[in-house]
Design a protein around this ligand. Structure first.
Ligand SMILES: N[C@@H](CCC(=O)N[C@@H](CS)C(=O)NCC(=O)O)C(=O)O
Length: 201
């Protein structure tokens, strides 16, 4: 399998899942600004939407959408516990978090990265994110990870996205449970491996 990625972007989530699951994945860096690969190849030819993560699974078009790519990888190693079995309530809980991280965190951060987003819009996004952080902080009360003591694909995605708060200089001092969550995830060997392989350690 080949994972098209950019260091520290949302593609870090499937990279973490692969490392946590002990899956061998070839990393292919993408220049997202130019939409090119290292050999000058056109990234649009890989993913017509021009975004990472994109996972070459050896059949058909690349698999995209972070919340789905992490599930695909986790399901290659069910014994990892990264995704509970299909049809169980536990799986729906992890999927609920994956959808939340994708739509309520990841995509609410996105305007903050764009140089042409008006400042007023950025302020609105920061306010909304603070509400979502408060929810996550509350959900983490008395537990290490989002669904309990088991690190899941949703935790990998949440860790990836919440890392951006520092880069965006968001005040996270009101969310101590998130700080604990980040520290716990950061201390995991699989997470450390992915960060190191992306030059982020
Ligand atoms: N819908 C996609 C969005 C992925 C996404 O936003 N990727 C960002 C990096 S975190 C990206 O590649 N942005 C470059 C672009 O959209 O041009 C998903 O859920 O995976």
């Amino acid at each position: 399998m080949k994972l098209y990625y950019k260091p520290g972007a949302c593609s870090l989530a499937p990279h973490i899942v692969a490392c946590e699951a002990g899956l061998a994945v070839d990393l292919v860096p993408v220049d997202l600004a130019r939409k090119t690969l290292e050999d000058g190849g056109d990234f649009f030819a890989v993913n017509p939407n021009g975004y990472v993560p994109a996972l070459d699974i050896g059949e058909g078009p690349v698999l995209t959408e972070a919340s789905v790519v992490v599930q695909y990888l986790a399901d290659r190693k069910p014994e990892s516990g990264l995704m509970p079995a299909a049809g169980t309530t536990a799986r729906y809980r992890v999927q609920q978090w994956l959808a939340f991280v994708s739509t309520e965190l990841h995509k609410q951060f996105s305007p903050l990265f764009k140089p042409n987003t008006p400042d007023a819009t950025k302020d609105i996004q920061r306010e909304l994110l603070a509400k979502r952080f408060a929810f996550v902080n509350g959900a983490l009360e008395g537990r290490t990870y989002l669904t309990g003591e088991q690190f899941t694909a949703a935790d990998a995605y949440a860790f990836t996205v919440l890392r951006w708060a520092n880069a965006m200089k968001l005040d996270m001092s009101a969310f101590p449970n998130i700080a604990r969550f980040m520290a716990a995830a950061n201390a995991r060997p699989g997470v450390a491996q992915a960060l190191s392989e992306e030059g982020l350690a």
